[in-house]
Design a protein around this ligand. Sequence first.
Ligand SMILES: [Zn+2]
Ligand SMILES: [Zn+2]
Length: 87
Amino acid sequence: MGVDFFPCDSCSETVCDAGSYFPCDCGAVYHSECGERQEDEKTGDTSCQICRGEVVTEEQLLKYLIKESGITRAAHEKAIMASRKKK
Ligand SMILES: [Zn+2]
Ligand SMILES: [Zn+2]
């Protein structure tokens, strides 16, 4: 059992799971301070900017781009492998 590090979905700085952090139901993770700022001041909802659809995660962006490009995942993987070999 080690210590995990992940990027904060608000400020992109590293979050350490040994410290205090704010995991949202949607899977987003924030520093405690960043997470508190995600809460809706009026309703007190603990939904974050990602839950509310105010921001798009890298993952969502990638999925969208892959879908829009019309290229299959397998084709993308092949292209990535090929570009790696060149180096
Ligand atoms: Zn943060
Ligand atoms: Zn969320």
